[in-house]
Design a protein around this ligand. Sequence first.
Ligand code: ADP
Ligand code: MG
Length: 672
Amino acid sequence: MNLQTPVTTAGRVYKLYARRLEKLGIKTFEDFLYHIPFRYDDFSLISKINRVQPGEVVTIQGTVSEINNEFTKNFKRLQKAEIADETGTIEVVWFNQPYLTKIIHSQDKIALSGKIDWFLRKIVMQSPDYEIITNSPSIHTGRLVPVYSETRGITSKWLRRQTYNLLKENKNQFIEYLPDSTLVDHSLVTISEAIEQIHFPQTLTKAERSRQRLSFDELFLLQLSAMHRKLNWNKNLISNPFSVDKFKSETTKFLSKLPFTLTNAQKRVVEEIFKDLAKTKPMNRLLEGDVGSGKTVVSAIAMFLSYLNGFQSVLMAPTEILAQQHYKTISQLLTSFKIRVGFATGSQKMRIKDFDVMVGTHAVLEKGINFDNLGLVVIDEQQRFGVEQRAIIRSRGKNPHLLTMTATPIPRTIALTLYGDLDLSLLDEMPHGRKQIKTWLVPAEKRLNAYFWIEKQVKETKSQVFIVCPFIEESETMQTVKAASKEFENLKNNVFKNFKLGLLHGKMKTKEKEKVLNKFRGGKIDILVATPVVEVGIDIPNATIIVIEASERFGLAQLHQLRGRVGRGDMQSYCLLFTQSLNLQTLERLKAMEKHNVGSELAELDLQLRGPGEIYGTMQHGRKMLKIASFSDFELIQKVRKEAEKIFPNLKNYPRLLEKLKTINLKQISPD
Ligand code: ADP
Ligand code: MG
């Protein structure tokens, strides 16, 4: 059997379960093997029945003397069985599992693992895992039993059975693909041992060593595929590299017309970009900079140079609102130079046909627009940094330069592994005159005071306020919207009666959102109540206060991004972190927001405190990028990168590794 086979092609049960399995990240049979246990139940202690003690977790083996459904006094269903071995008998109870009497029969030989406890003044085994004893080895009892994350309708027990069968059927299929030297140098167990022992370990030490091996592999393959992408990218040549020096006077004039001078960081980054643009191989650069650090103008300068060289450019934003904001900004910056700026999104038609710069959402790529002369593509606030987009653009037969921009603070170590194919530029300086956003943690008992303070600010200084509602689920569901609407009503009717309030959430139509945002921008709304997923890059300089409800539910990096919606003008801005949490650790973590104001520092702190899932959790639409390894394991990440660099240029010497890489690339375990 080919482990790459999609489960949907393999029989009714899998078809039926396909969607649920997908929730667990299982699409092919191999994915079962990489759905690894998050813990093991130690049921390896096999005990004679007369030796069991209340409080113990044990496995017993014996014969079922009888099994029945019964009712408790309050009409709950209860399953009772009596099990005997040569030393004695014990009663076993389960609750509300009437089907058990159809699976377990009197006289069956059975193994049971679970807790011994008191029940109705008798010593019983309560709700144990069970396994009818046959000739094959036991997998649910009497050993270290793997426990998997489940989803509705898919139990750990079922997953265990699938994995066990797959391992049995494919015993000799796991051919080692790592070079011998790598295995030796990093003391790694073989792949076949790792895959077997991670699921059904003989000892916890073996399980741990398997985990180490699989973590190594995961990062190693990720690193190698990034390097591979980079190599491929560099094979593309550009027919006309941009001239930079020739247009020196034009670009200088452009800069002098800006209403501000560039920060040193912006200058440095522009230089890095210009250097790339002058090369014969296409640029592939990631520009990372905190919200408000001024990425847009950097991209405008690059697009200006593209125009001077006779090329078109495209700027893509993740949402229509952001695309519009960019359209405005870019038009303001470029039209005085007679540059034609177009606009296209999924729902809106192009505003002009002939253009030098096109601003839009990702839909611009599918709009049948003629990009024959495309020289530069800018992708903004991209959370799933676009291998996909890159592929589409290149399928257009062009090799434009590519600039990806993000405010997601990615620690450098991680960026080098995940985006090893991109060159990295950092905007690590805020524009001059920007004041640090004053941030306060507001516990429940100070909430009223905070409301009074906000009221005063709005009245006296005409500040505008964002109130970000609690984050309930990863994607914006109706539940989140309902909660936001309720909070909006509450604030409007009970707290801020004298102000104009607005509501903004992700389920609103673009037109409605625009209306609300324009009102807010124009000062016709004082307080905007919004859900957390709304428009990270929005630029409203007059908004100076942001309140974040249930702030403990966010990662620090996310809070930092949210906070960046204020503090964009030169007025003092404030961020109020509301929380009901009394957990000292949580409060300590949130307190970090009062001290730190650099995104990447907060991201690193987050990594240490909560693990990587939390940083990227919501931004990556809840999708975990790593299944086994952890991004907080800086040491391993570095070790792996060194090893990959040792191997990489000579991948051809390792045909099995190359083969493995191909299967990985097909599945795109890369974050895109
Ligand atoms: P982001 O990096 O979050 O995309 P923007 O590009 O939206 O940030 O810039 C935020 C604000 O800062 C904009 O209003 C922009 O005009 C302004 N800005 C950008 N660069 C500078 C600068 N060097 N000095 C002053 N203001 C700047
Ligand atoms: Mg931006």
